[in-house]
Design a protein around this ligand. Structure first.
Ligand code: FBP
Length: 556
């Protein structure tokens, strides 16, 4: 990097806060809880993970000055989509390892799990680490989405680690990557292979959380970036008073991001996919519900508004979900014939001729652009790539059609003009907020302490994060504890259960209690940019979701 910004320079010397138990280094006393089980399908999970199942929850209890740690080498992998704070996990891991033994070395495998299998790596020296402290992005070593799940990969991974003298591996990833970390840990332990595996919970989507894991890192920063932009858009909408803004927000499946941004900004509409699914809403009902808000506001002469739409929505609308499933099959079976078509009309006619009656009626109700997007290339598993479907444009267009129909019947007299946006990549590599900078550094440090304690099959864990960092509780959670069996890609597989928005949870209930007022009133909140310097009440915030989940006062 030849030039860094003044903010990055100032931020590079920020010293992330640590839980009290880790303040004197990663040599810690570890207290073990009772043997654990798992979230469901205990018999199967116990059989599949006979070597690592049942391990206790671990809590660090402060410095253990007498602890002796032999020098060791450790490998680290960034896996999946970028999330703010990844570099701080690595910095915390590095500092933690050095506190165990100055001779410890850290290697970063490049471009994700592929680097482990292909033996592409670099040593992460203090100089490398220092250049990335408190920065966003995963560019220190890169990331990738290769899954580590075959025995061949496990063996190759070990051979490559052995050659570097690596005795422990840290996998920083989401639910799938930590599932793979669990498989890896089990394989090595069962086969007496001396390679510890520790995971760290990452993803802006916020869907890797449970009773023990309060948040996946990156969620806080990404939501703050999106909320800043939404706040700015709200202010523009309220200034110009002529546009409805339809804003799609990242989050492959769960709507945690949309919900958190709604709590931070008070939009007029925020769709929560999990609710759409639970209420079995049709696309027509969804469009009608948005059009109703537009019409209500138009009566108050407010021909403007802000609507938030979660990225994963289409797969939660039951009729679109079955349409997509039918399209997946149909396009797989007729791949050759479909590939020969180049005219969009012919493609639509081809597909329409093969859909069953119900799916056809849903397909026909969609704008042509969306029909074509639904027929686009599938991912390697044969699934439609939902992130490429412009749901925000689809809904804006369908709401417009609905309002025109109402106007023709004399039932709507307002004006409707829409602007569409997609906020996703804008937030994934932002410089981590204090929350994420501290949380990530602590997670990395935790991983070092788990490695120092000889543990494997654990996820680094920091809890009580709504409190000041000195009161955070640090330790490790056995990954098997989060597992259940799910049907994925045609087979039953042990996986970490994905956390969707809970409709009986405090964040959604709070939102539901406010949304009718937010729909008609113009009650936008303007969070502004993330603050890195200044009073704690603006710099050290945690998400509203966390505040509500921990029953702390989430203002207004
Ligand atoms: P992870 O779950 O791997 O953290 O990725 C999350 C995410 O940012 C989703 O919100 C989004 O749908 C997806 O990655 C997009 O990934 P890509 O850019 O690889 O298509």
């Amino acid at each position: 990097m030849s030039e860094i910004s003044p903010l990055q320079k100032a931020r590079s010397v920020y010293q992330p806060k640590l839980p009290a138990a880790l303040k004197k280094g990663a040599k810690v006393k570890i207290s073990s809880g009772k043997p654990t089980t798992c979230v469901a399908n205990a018999d199967k999970i116990q059989t599949l993970f006979s070597a690592t199942y049942g391990s206790p929850v671990l809590t660090f209890k402060g410095a253990d000055a007498a602890m002796k740690c032999k020098a060791m080498h450790v490998g680290v992998i960034l896996s999946g989509g970028q999330a703010p704070g990844g570099h701080n996990v690595i910095a915390g891991l590095y500092d933690g390892l050095k506190s165990l033994n100055r001779a410890n070395k850290l290697y970063g495998f490049l471009k994700g799990p592929d680097g482990l299998v292909k033996n592409e790596y670099m040593e992460l020296t203090g100089k490398v680490i220092d250049a990335y402290r408190n920065t966003g992005g995963f560019d220190m070593i890169g990331s990738g989405r290769t899954k580590l799940e075959t025995e061949e990969q496990f063996k190759q991974g070990y051979e490559n680690c052995k050659a570097l003298g690596i005795g422990a591996l840290v996998i920083i990833g989401g639910d799938d990557s930590n599932t793979n970390a669990c498989l890896l840990a089990e394989y090595y332990k069962k086969n007496n292979i001396p390679l510890q595996v520790v995971g760290c919970p990452k993803t802006i989507d916020g869907d890797l959380k449970n009773e023990w894991i309060e948040a996946s890192f990156g969620f806080d920063t990404a939501c703050r970036v999106y909320s800043e932009l939404i706040g700015n858009i709200g202010r523009d909408a309220n200034s110009a008073k002529k546009y409805w803004h339809f804003i799609k927000l990242m989050g492959r499946s769960a709507s945690h991001i949309a919900l958190e941004c709604a709590l931070q900004t008070h939009p007029n509409v925020a769709i929560i996919s999990e609710e759409v699914e639970a209420k079995k809403m049709t696309i027509a009902q969804l469009v009608k519900s948005i059009a109703d808000v537009v019409a209500q506001r138009a009566e108050a002469k407010c021909n403007f508004g802000v609507a938030l739409i979660p990225e994963g929505l289409v797969e939660f609308i039951p009729e679109v979900k079955s349409l997509i499933a039918e399209l997946n099959d149909l396009l797989a079976k007729n791949a050759e014939a479909f590939a020969k078509l180049s005219d969009p009309e012919e493609k639509i006619a081809f597909v329409s001729g093969k859909l069953d009656k119900k799916s056809l009626s849903c397909f026909a109700s969609l704008p042509k652009g969306i029909q074509l997007q639904l027929c686009n290339d599938r991912d390697p598993h044969g699934n439609v790539q939902v992130s490429l479907i412009e749901t925000e444009k689809m809904l804006a267009q369908m709401v417009k059609t609905e309002l025109s129909a109402r106007a023709a019947k004399g039932k709507y007299k307002g004006k409707f003009s829409a602007q569409t946006h997609f906020f996703g990549y804008e937030g994934r590599c932002a410089a981590p907020s204090n929350y994420d900078a501290d949380y990530c550094y602590s997670l990395g440090y935790c991983a070092a302490a788990l490695i120092g304690g000889g543990k494997t099959g654990y996820m680094a864990n920091v809890r009580n994060t709504f409190a000041p960092a000195s009161k955070w509780i640090a330790g490790g959670i056995p990954i098997t504890m989060m597992m259940n069996v799910e049907h994925r890609h045609g087979a039953d597989k042990p996986v970490i259960r994905k956390a969707l928005v809970e409709l009986d949870g405090a964040p959604f209930r709070f939102f539901a209690s406010k949304r009718e007022a937010w729909a008609v009133e113009t009650d936008y909140v303007y969070p502004g940019p993330i603050q890195y310097f200044g009073p704690s009440e603006v710099c050290d915030l945690a998400t509203k979701t966390l505040a509500l989940e921990q029953k702390k006062a989430a203002k207004k």
